[in-house]
Design a protein around this ligand. Sequence first.
Ligand SMILES: [Fe+2]
Length: 231
Amino acid sequence: MAEVRAEAAAKSRQLERYAADLRETFKAERAHRSRLQRSYMETVRALSNAVEARDAYTGKHAERVAAYGLEIARAMGSPLADDPQIEFGFLLHDVGKVAVPDAILYKPEPLSDDERALMARHPETGTQILRDVEFLGEARSVVRHHHERWDGFGYPDGLRGEEIPLAARVFAVADTLDALTTDRPYRPASDLAHARRIIAANAGTQFDPAIIDVFAAIPDATLERIRGDIR
Ligand SMILES: [Fe+2]
């Protein structure tokens, strides 16, 4: 009897050791995963900074747009708000502009048709650049489709309505918001109220109207805070 009890106790100690090992492994695995995730984020930011460093006017455009985009996704109650791949896509949306010559990128006058066509290739170029980076996942569809329009007149694929990936539809609103509320060489920044009016006027043509409804309900203070924090 005593032998059986001793054996049971030994077994139970062994099981506890296994459990402890498992907990340790799990903890190490989790730490490893979060380190990896951090490295991904740092790499993506470095790449996005490299693109932005060329453009003195837009400053931290990518970071602000990412923050606006995530805020809109959050207000929609969408899981996109917590998906790192979506944030990566927001940050890298214009990576394809590395292939646009300075003379076009910085041209203060309106672009010629040829120049505009070259500029409009940046979503496809970006997709090509990121094609084999597996960890970016859905980020690549944001890069490809960030200039599509709800009415189907955008590029590069002329997708319309819900054919456009949701993250790209959210992004389009964030991108326009930031473009309107920052100074450009050819015009000063609009204030938030004016930017909101322009965006609302383009619901159903450029933008997904359901997203504009949600966007309209985001308090000014939230958007002003992002603009103030990231400059
Ligand atoms: Fe773009």
